[in-house]
Write a protein that binds this ligand. Structure first.
Ligand SMILES: Cc1cc2nc3c(=O)[nH]c(=O)nc-3n(C[C@H](O)[C@H](O)[C@H](O)COP(=O)(O)OP(=O)(O)OC[C@H]3O[C@@H](n4cnc5c(N)ncnc54)[C@H](O)[C@@H]3O)c2cc1C
Length: 331
């Protein structure tokens, strides 16, 4: 059973179809060298839905012009943790956006996914767990994969008896805003070069992806889709994003439409002792009925790392629960 606090699946992965555009609210791709999503796609029968990055190269807006930027440095400025050769291989995504595997997984699991079921408490039993849900209902579970952000999981685990799990809850998550804006290509003063740019000293705008140049099928013919990354600030993010992009890219007129996504706690930023802390919590979890943690808060923030983390958690859980079925007295 999957208990999901929201009324939709996918968490940070949000892909919307708007008037023939594919709009990404959260992640827009994954490193081409990472095997986890292609493997998952093959398993789900959607391997043919993968798309490769088209336009390549990121520029640097230095306040006056868009200057060429080394790909490794661009990745570092964007907080992408990858080697130069990994970046050089480019990114991939799905035809209908990053939520495509989410939709297929949901179809497969349908009756097992329960929406609007926010887990509020985990109570260890002699064997297994009581899982309390906001609103009062309780589920019984033999074993749990807790695939929640660290700030929620840490709190639940500490209350369940995993001492020091609260430290995990203090993992900082950085706020950000993404704004997708649609234009006619005639509104641009000329062709856009590369896949986007980053801003050298970001104040109102951190970066921009030329979404409809980066991946195929993101905008109908004759249209352009841009995605701006903004730090939290006062004012309407869509207006700020448009004003900044109009100045830098020479866009005439207003956008056809825009979509804003607020990520109050977006990407986790691991602190110095993060790996040791996670290992310590995992060790303490072994004293409880079968339970595992998985997701961006622990083993890497990218979607591929999350898939890997989830699979490993399930594998570990399957092996412990099998052992305890064979020998209920084993530790
Ligand atoms: C703006 C942005 C851009 C990004 N771009 C990229 C990118 O291009 N490529 C990439 O690889 N990664 C990218 N990332 C990172 C990546 O998208 C996320 O780190 C990853 O998707 C997080 O997955 P998760 O399952 O760990 O957490 P989440 O996506 O946060 O999922 C947690 C789920 O748990 C649910 N939940 C929370 N509390 C409870 C509760 N109490 N009970 C039940 N359910 C609960 C939530 O509703 C949610 O569905 C981006 C992130 C952001 C914010």
């Amino acid at each position: 059973m999957v208990l999901e606090s929201e009324r939709h699946a996918g968490g940070t992965i949000v892909s919307e179809q708007v008037d023939g555009f594919v709009v990404e609210g959260g992640p827009d791709g994954f490193l081409a060298g990472e095997p986890e999503l292609p493997d998952l796609a093959a398993e789900l029968g959607i391997g043919d839905r993968l798309v490769d990055q088209q336009a390549r190269g990121t520029a640097l807006w230095n306040g006056t012009e868009l200057a060429p930027l080394d790909e490794g440095r661009a990745a570092a400025l964007l907080g992408i943790d990858a080697s130069k050769s990994e970046i050089a291989a480019g990114f991939r995504s799905f035809s209908a956006g990053m939520a495509e595997p989410v939709a297929v997984l949901l179809e497969r699991l349908s009756s097992k996914v329960k929406f609007a079921q926010g887990v509020s408490g985990l109570i260890p039993r002699k064997q297994g767990w009581h899982v309390a849900v906001t609103g009062g209902s309780v589920h019984e579970a033999d074993a749990i994969v807790l695939a929640l952000p660290a700030y929620t999981a840490g709190r639940l685990l500490e209350a369940a008896g995993a001492s020091r799990a609260r430290e995990l809850a203090e993992t900082p998550y950085l706020p950000s805003i993404t704004v997708s804006l649609a234009y006619l290509d005639t509104q641009l003063s000329g062709p856009l070069k590369g896949a986007g740019f980053v801003v050298e000293s970001p104040q109102h705008l951190r970066a921009c992806t030329y979404a409809s140049f980066k991946f195929p099928g993101r905008a109908p013919r004759g249209h352009v889709l841009l995605r701006a990354y903004l730090p939290p600030q006062d004012g309407d993010p869509a207006q700020i994003a448009h004003a900044q992009l109009a100045g830098i890219l020479g866009i005439r007129g207003e956008p056809l439409w825009s979509r804003t996504y607020h990520w109050n706690r977006g990407l986790p930023r691991y602190r110095a002792q993060h790996a040791e802390q996670v290992a310590d919590v995992r060790k303490r979890l072994r004293r409880l009925p079968p339970i595992e943690i998985a997701g961006a808060g622990y083993d890497g923030a990218g979607v591929s790392a999350c898939v890997r983390s989830g699979r490993e958690a399930a594998r570990r859980l399957a092996s412990t629960t099998r052992l305890s079925t064979v020998n209920p007295n084993s530790s």
